[in-house]
Ligand binder design. Structure first.
Ligand code: SME
Length: 367
């Protein structure tokens, strides 16, 4: 994992509300991203990646991904991204619950994808502002207030929960203020100011947090988010365990084996893993893995050579952690990680990996 210095580039991704369509004549003064830039002054660089008409929905011709702006936003080296899409998706010809969900998930995954040399940006999901009908009772552009409140908002809230992302709520900030709008959909200067104030209030804590990233420690937040993202929609046990082993391998430093053993016919049998080939069967009660199952307890082993009965699959291993995996309270397997360093795993690793095991239980056996 790299150490990094944050430049505080904030990429704002969205539709015409982010672009500043309601204040087009004075956009560089009044659009909320520009107001936010003035509020933050030289503490951050705020970039506007809004595009008129953009939606999140997969397969939609106006999709944000298809516009090319997503790639531009991801290429700017942002430390934080603020993503707000959904208002255009509520139009009758576009709305499709599944397409919106999948489109948002796709964009979120693209933003959070970790490269070998950089941290993923902090991603803030933003609930779009309220919309109001015009004098004729219609909402401008065919936008639907019902779909916005009944579908888009709960989906955005659920996504924030699933991916553990901070949420900025523009709906609550605007719902009692029809005077904030040009035509009930696009905020005017007063509306943009209110949005900038809300965004400022919700990002300032992140902005003022220490600038150095953690050193030589596993980025468990990103690891957990990635495991959640890949396993939550996939119903296949082996595929989910294989991807989880791959993610642990990618995110954890100083390890030489990471994988799973699964209980089968009263024994532990080798499951998906990364590292050198390993023994295929372990008796319950034998070795570190079998002990974790017999005792139904995580085994934190600082020196494997002092663990009576340790089974050496890779002679490079010097320390090990084995975490039981449960289904309905019953142990059905273990997560096993080995390191060539003595004392590689700490109580903190144990806590995080037990949390990950709990997350796997939820995602491996969903309905
Ligand atoms: N060391 C383990 C055996 C599995 S390998 O580490 C992959 C044990 O003692 O159970």
């Amino acid at each position: 994992m790299s150490n990094y210095t944050r430049k505080n580039i904030i990429a704002c991704m969205g539709d015409s509300i982010t672009f500043g369509h309601g204040v087009s004549a004075t956009r560089e003064r009044d659009a909320w991203t520009f107001v936010l830039q003035r509020m933050l002054a030289d503490r951050a660089k705020v970039l506007n990646f809004g595009i008129n008409g953009a939606s999140a929905s997969e397969g939609c011709p106006e999709s944000y991904r298809a516009s090319g702006l997503l790639d531009e936003a991801l290429g700017c080296g942002a430390d934080a991204c603020i993503l707000m899409l959904g208002t255009n998706d509520t139009k009758e010809r576009i709305w499709n619950t599944q397409a919106y969900k999948m489109g948002m998930r796709g964009i979120i995954s693209d933003v959070l994808r970790k490269t070998s040399s950089t941290q993923p940006p902090e991603l803030f999901l933003m609930i779009p502002p309220a919309v109001f009908p015009m004098e004729d009772g219609q909402t401008a552009y065919g936008v639907s207030a019902e779909i916005l409140t009944g579908q888009v908002i709960p989906i955005v809230e659920k996504l924030a929960e699933d991916y553990c992302l901070p949420l900025i709520d523009l709906y609550t900030a605007t719902k009692d203020h029809p005077e904030y709008y040009l035509e009930g959909v696009h905020p005017n200067a007063a509306g943009n100011l209110a949005i900038a104030q809300q965004v400022y209030a919700d990002i300032i804590e992140w902005l003022e947090a220490p600038k150095e990233g953690p050193k030589n420690m596993t980025d468990y937040k990103s690891l957990t988010m990635s495991v959640k993202a890949v396993t939550s929609e996939c119903p296949h046990l082996i595929a989910n365990l294989a991807n989880t082993a791959a993610l642990i391998w990618e995110y954890m430093d100083d390890i030489n084996w990471a994988g799973f053993y699964l209980v089968q016919d009263g024994k532990l049998v080798l499951g998906p893993f990364q590292g050198k080939m390993a023994c295929t069967e372990i008796e319950i009660g034998s070795g570190v893995c079998g002990t974790a199952v017999a005792q139904e307890k995580t085994q934190l082993v600082p020196n494997v050579h002092e663990f009576s009965g340790h089974i050496a699959c890779d002679s490079a291993s010097n320390s090990e952690i084995v975490v039981p995996l449960r289904k309905d309270g019953e142990v059905f397997g273990v997560l096993d990680i080995d390191s060539p360093s003595f004392g590689r795993f700490t109580e903190e690793d144990k806590d995080h990996l037990e949390y990950l095991a709990g997350l796997l239980e939820l995602n491996l056996f969903k309905e």
